[in-house]
Ligand binder design. Structure first.
Ligand SMILES: [Zn+2]
Ligand SMILES: [Zn+2]
Length: 228
């Protein structure tokens, strides 16, 4: 923000002003997109989470879903318990031999929940690195559940929806089966590509602003010095 204010104060050339206008427009657009998606996705995440927890409780024959002891290195997914086979490309069961894993002590609940998340993913390939397994049954479980649909790393420590950026939210809309169905024909995947493009140029853009500020600042000082 400081850089932006400094830049606005010092920007002198038309080219720089044009870049600034485009930058602000794109940033405001992303902010509106993010605000709208946060509200919608958080409601949908709660609905889906409640449904999957309900099914988990039923299948595991337990009173409630409360396990907080399963981790990616120890959990045995339900499909392994059921038929000993796996057809998922990035499943945790392929990372270590099955006999070094154990069934979730709460009637296999976490393994069942794991498989339900996988089924909810459009390509049956959730991004497990963004979620905390031991918080699936917590109050914030719905958020840990929805983070499994973000296909880029860097969200594991995020704990509230407002900490997710537009890219992550669009990724959820694309990878979550139900959300994908809702948004089908609403500009996907073009919108996602455009937002990704903005994020890539974002860093270059910031660099451009900083360089512009430095350049304008240097030129002004040089001219003042020369006139003096
Ligand atoms: Zn597997
Ligand atoms: Zn468990």
């Amino acid at each position: 923000m400081f850089i932006l204010l400094l830049y606005m104060t010092m920007a002198q050339t038309e080219q720089v002003k044009g870049e600034l206008r485009n930058w602000i427009r794109a940033s405001l657009g992303l902010k509106c997109l993010k605000d709208g998606l946060v509200e919608f996705i958080s409601k949908e995440a709660r609905k889906q989470y409640d449904k999957h927890v309900g099914n988990t409780i039923k299948t595991a024959c337990v009173k409630d879903y409360t396990c907080k002891s399963c981790l990616p290195d120890t959990l045995l997914p339900y499909h392994q318990v059921r038929n000993g086979q796996c057809n998922q490309s990035n499943c945790i069961c392929s990372r270590r031999k099955t006999n070094s894993r154990r069934i979730c002590p709460a009637g296999g609940a976490c393994g069942i929940f794991y498989d339900l998340i996988t089924d909810e993913h459009l390509h049956k390939d959730p991004f497990w690195f963004n979620t905390n397994f031991d918080q699936w049954s917590s109050e914030n479980g719905y958020f840990e559940f929805i983070k499994c649909f973000i296909s880029t790393p860097g969200y594991k420590t995020k704990s509230i929806f407002s900490e997710l950026d537009a890219l992550a939210l669009l990724s959820i809309c694309q990878n979550n089966r139900k959300l994908n169905l809702i948004f089908q024909g609403k500009g996907f995947p073009d919108l996602l590509e455009e937002v990704m493009y903005f994020y890539v140029i974002c860093h270059n853009g910031m660099l451009f602003f900083i360089m512009s500020v430095m350049q304008v600042s240097f030129t002004s000082r040089f001219e003042i010095h020369r006139k003096g």
